[in-house]
Design a protein around this ligand. Structure first.
Ligand code: SAM
Length: 295
């Protein structure tokens, strides 16, 4: 795997570079989420002997078999092939039955199907996606998993102006946390692109916060490790909305300290409550998750 100089220079300031680069070269463990709308953890454990539980997700299993995406369990929607760290944002959002939930950047639907499962197919989820081409896999996954409480919309989330009890903003991002799955990511590393994405994320987080109903909750997540797309976006929200509060996240997972200062900009101390996960922390992808409430 090749890493650009600007990538190395940035990441040696942010983490233990040797450990980070070492894990980036090791392929990811394969994980699935049991879809309890159609199956049970015990049924899937029997179908995939030797599977190991993901500590932070009751329905998560690491499996050793190859080609899990080609099994009857997958085609029947009994499992969703989903990276273990990607199971965290819906757990943090914790939607309840009968709530009105927005998943504003939904395709291909790993987290929408998880939210639907957690809500036991009740309440209502609006699954929105900007990209028309990505609506198709979203559609297929929702149907395969038997999600009946989901309405799809195909628009720029910036145009959504309705109040929701819960909102998931799983933002478009530079995907640095997914290097183990996409080894080309460090070759196309581009800090201008990161600044542009941070601009989109800042617009989306303000819009989504304003869409929260009184005492609503939202989760902001990315699969990148870039401070400007993570703590920088949360800091931006806190600078602009006095009634935005960051909540602690208590999960059975190893976490790393949040970034409190980047390129001379000091962030609000509240960003310490954000969940920053490096690939070397739990042998997963890198992820960033924040729980935000309106008060
Ligand atoms: N939540 C999805 C999942 O778990 O399967 C992954 C979402 S992916 C990180 C981000 C998605 O946001 C992409 O599908 C992208 O096309 C979509 N997107 C980008 N900008 C958007 C916008 N302004 N409004 C709605 N969706 C957007």
């Amino acid at each position: 795997m090749e890493f650009k100089d600007n990538f190395i220079n940035r990441y040696k300031e942010l983490t233990d570079l040797d450990k980070f680069l070492e894990i980036c070269q090791i392929p990811l463990r394969k994980s699935v989420r049991v879809n309890t709308l159609k199956s049970s953890v015990s049924e899937i454990k029997k179908a995939f002997p030797g599977s190991k539980p993901v500590p932070w997700c009751e329905e998560g299993l690491w499996v050793s078999q190859r080609g899990v995406g080609n099994t009857p369990e997958h085609f029947l929607g009994k499992i969703y092939v989903q990276e273990a760290a990607s199971m965290i944002p819906p757990i943090v959002l914790s939607p309840k039955k009968e709530e009105l939930v927005l998943d504003c950047c939904a395709a291909p639907g790993s987290k929408t199907t998880q939210l639907s499962m957690m809500m036991k197919n009740s309440g209502l989820i609006i699954a929105n996606e900007l990209d028309y081409i990505r609506m198709k896999p979203l559609d297929i996954n929702l149907e395969r998993c038997g999600c009946l409480n989901v309405l799809k919309t195909n628009m720029d989330a910036m145009h959504i102006r309705t109040n929701f009890d819960k909102i998931l903003l799983d933002a478009p991002c530079s995907g640095i946390g997914t290097i183990r799955k996409s080894p080309k990511t460090p070759q196309i590393y581009n800090t201008n692109m990161i600044k542009k994405l941070a601009g989109v994320q800042k617009s989306l987080i303000l819009r989504m916060f304003d869409n929260l109903s009184e005492s609503g909750t939202m989760t902001y997540s990315t699969c990148t490790l870039e401070p400007e797309e993570n703590e920088g976006v949360i800091n931006f929200l806190l600078e602009r909305r006095d009634n935005a509060k960051i909540q602690n996240i208590n999960l059975n997972i190893k976490r790393s300290p949040a970034v409190l200062e980047f390129e001379g900009k000091k962030y609000n101390e509240e960003v310490k409550k954000c969940l920053r996960i490096w690939p070397q922390d739990n042998d997963t992808e890198g992820f960033f998750v924040t729980k935000i409430t309106k008060q």
